[in-house]
Design a protein around this ligand. Sequence first.
Ligand code: SF4
Ligand code: SF4
Length: 292
Amino acid sequence: MQNVSTALADMTAKHPCYSCTAQHSFARMHIPVAPDCNISCNYCNRKFDCVNESRPGVTSEVLTPGMACDKFLQVKKAIPNLSVVGIAGPGDALANWKAVKESVTAIKKKSPDIIFCLSTNGLLLPHYAPEIIDLGFKHVTVTVNCLNPAIGANIYHHISYQGKVYYREQAAEQLIKNQLEGIKYLAGKGVLVKVNIVMIKNLNGSHIMEVVKKVKRLGAVMTNIMPLIPAPGSAFQHLPQTSMKELNTLRDICQVDIKQMRHCQQCRADAIGLLADDQSYRFRNGKVCKYL
Ligand code: SF4
Ligand code: SF4
């Protein structure tokens, strides 16, 4: 891990995703304020509002910044060991930057010590990285599934970028360029960057080691290699789910290069509580997602 200040190390010790031991004692809350996305991953389907389903992109509600702040206050009162507020969709945090910024600003006023964490596909990182830093984020996750646009062409259907839509290989090329540039910038400014990688066995399985080495060189502190969840309704719904055996073998190999996250729960976009004990059902207001 890069040299970090004592204050950042203390903060990270309370982050249940960055610290394996913190997962048992500290809770996180995802605020689902980011419904839109600017890319289309073939494994994604967010058009579900299932209270029993737990995977990234699923939420029972989308909140305005004001609602997110009110909900935060309720949760903080009910779960005193809440240490992290994260933005993990259901779309992309940076494609909804105004809402993210307003939510973080409002919550920070109420609770200056809370840790903020953000997940993104990285397309807009070159644009927003300075603002991310100014807003006080010290923990950012970027999902990087490949370095090679030819591989990316099979993972990403398209991206919308600066008013234009790009498809397949061209889309992947721009996305990868921005992801890598953003990681380097954030890491260079002392942000602890975690890189998520979705292992899709026959598409990027044998390429992931290369991804891990590259993001390590750019300054990432940890990678989180996750299994493909063949989400119903997604283009990859018929692909097999990555097995834990394959996943752990790859993590063991990559551990030599960089710290591996092995306790990720692939949480909902409105998850609340300890990682292994989602309490989000206690805090729903029953609103229908407006993007469905
Ligand atoms: Fe879905 Fe996330 Fe990919 Fe956007 S970046 S398409 S929300 S998986
Ligand atoms: Fe942490 Fe993984 Fe859940 Fe994100 S999806 S909050 S990294 S456990």
